[in-house]
Design a protein around this ligand. Structure first.
Ligand code: ARG
Length: 461
């Protein structure tokens, strides 16, 4: 195939070379950003009198036509083109003639692709950020409906202390809040550093205005070193790392949903639309959506590792290895969006089995800490109170009863400080209500958490 970059070479390549060199199947997604970048470039060139305003106008018109035609389907992206940048420039020249050939003055594909991919990331960060807000909203709504629902809180997967289901859900809302702030940081750093104008690696002999071109595209600043600008992919690594953390969070929630839906836990039920059956076992109702999100986390981590590995050991400046950045980047972005979307609905529709959760919380002496706290209030140092509570637990284990069921006379054998109010103090509802410290599981504290998250989301609007 003949090449725009023929230069000193014959400009024809072997089929296999075309195949390995081509990135159009992946970077075709960048067509809108590529055209937006080229429009800004043409305007800057005209402003700096490198090309005339008439020439710039013809280029801009041509580019807008190409964008409209690709979007409407009137123009098919040629799958045999090398990449989206070459494709757009070739079609431009076919459509407007020699003026199209002026567009690439004071530019290289090296700074062009860095720019286009950054613009892609910036837009996608906005949509992921929006989806995370929606997920937080659903979590807060679900929490509000389950303020009074008590479940066992676990450490080491052992019953630890009673918590409300609302508190458990809000823990995830807090994780997604941090995820959003990581995305925001990442976006801010991207916007501060427009790479365009770095050209191939060393800048250009033309009198370009990089700040102006950057500002036309919404950037707040420019990359200060041309070699860094074309070879740096930190921003993508950073985004993929933030995406990996989001997946880590959704994967933890996936694991809990999968566990909660088992007959052993029976804490939740997923409606039929959110489960799949088995081809052999007619009774099966599988939580595939959660399982797939957990599984896809592996892909997103792998994508991060893949880009880190591509970059490791690369000398300055641009090397073709860097073309391998986009496939994992796009895949991570698309995977994360799909998983968050699925979660928004799944959390919303999941049915909570209140009685089962409560029933489970009554097992395992989750109120043993409350008995110790009770004795502390009556005047014992915590360590002594802890020992007494431990002894009561082992006595109740032998007797086959719960702490809140042990008669007062028997309590008295352990400490004269224990009085008739102990039973009420040990009811799971009281245990949850009294954990009123900031961030604790009491309804008052959870209400504050919900208000905090809702206030953040409101400020965004
Ligand atoms: N498709 C290429 C990429 O994604 C564009 C840059 C090509 N630059 C070059 N000097 N051959 O990285």
């Amino acid at each position: 195939m003949d090449k725009l970059w023929a230069g000193r070479t014959a400009g024809t390549t072997a089929n296999l070379v075309d195949e390995i060199n081509s990135s159009i199947a992946v970077d075709r997604r960048l067509y809108k950003r590529d055209i937006a970048g080229s429009i800004a470039h043409a305007k800057m060139l005209a402003n700096q009198e490198i090309i005339s305003h008439e020439e710039a106008d013809a280029i801009v018109r041509g580019l807008k036509g190409i964008e409209a035609d690709i979007t409407s389907g009137a123009l098919q992206i040629d799958p045999t083109a090398e990449d989206i940048h070459m494709f757009v420039e070739t079609v431009l020249t076919q459509r407007i003639g020699d003026t199209g050939k002026m567009l690439h003055t004071a530019r290289s594909r090296n700074d062009q692709v860095a720019l286009d991919t950054k613009m892609y990331c910036i837009e996608e960060i906005d949509s992921i950020d929006y989806l995370l807000s929606e997920l937080m909203k659903v979590l807060a709504d679900k929490a509000e409906k389950n303020m009074e629902v008590i479940m066992p809180g676990y450490t080491h997967m052992q019953h630890a202390q009673p918590v409300s289901f609302a508190q458990h859900l809000m823990a995830y809302a807090m994780m997604f809040e941090r995820d959003k702030s990581r995305l925001e940081d990442c976006k801010k750093r991207m916007l501060e550093r427009s790479p365009i104008g770095a050209c191939a690696l060393a800048g250009t002999t033309f009198n370009i205005d990089r700040e102006y071109e950057a500002s036309l595209l919404g950037f707040t600043g420019i990359a200060m070193n041309s070699m860094d600008a074309v070879s740096d992919r930190d921003h993508f690594v950073e985004l993929m790392s933030a995406l990996s953390i989001i997946m880590m969070h959704t994967s933890r929630l996936s694991e809990e949903i999968i566990m909660w839906a088992t007959s052993e836990f029976n804490f939740i039920q997923l409606p039929d639309e959110y489960t799949t059956g088995s081809s052999i076992m007619p009774q099966k109702k599988n939580p595939d959506v959660a399982e797939l999100c957990r599984g896809k986390t592996g892909r997103v981590y792998g994508n991060l590792m893949s880009l880190l590995t591509v970059l490791k050991g690369l000398p300055l400046a641009y090397n073709k290895d860097i073309q391998e950045d986009k496939e994992p980047l796009f895949d991570s972005v698309e995977t994360v969006k799909l998983c968050i979307e699925a979660f928004i609905e799944m959390v919303d529709v999941m049915k909570v089995n209140e009685e089962s959760m409560y029933e489970s919380a009554t097992k395992g002496y989750v109120n043993a800490t409350d008995l110790a706290d009770y004795l502390v209030v009556k005047g014992l140092p915590f360590r002594d109170a802890y020992n007494i509570s431990g002894k009561v637990v082992s006595y109740c284990l032998g007797r086959g009863c719960k702490l809140e069921e042990l008669p007062l006379e028997e309590y008295k054998q352990f400490s004269p400080l224990i009085e008739a109010d102990v039973h009420k103090r040990l009811s799971l509802k009281t245990c949850v209500e009294r954990r009123n410290s900031a961030g604790g599981t009491s309804p008052a504290s959870v209400r504050k958490q919900i208000a905090y998250i809702r206030c953040l989301l409101q400020q965004e609007q």
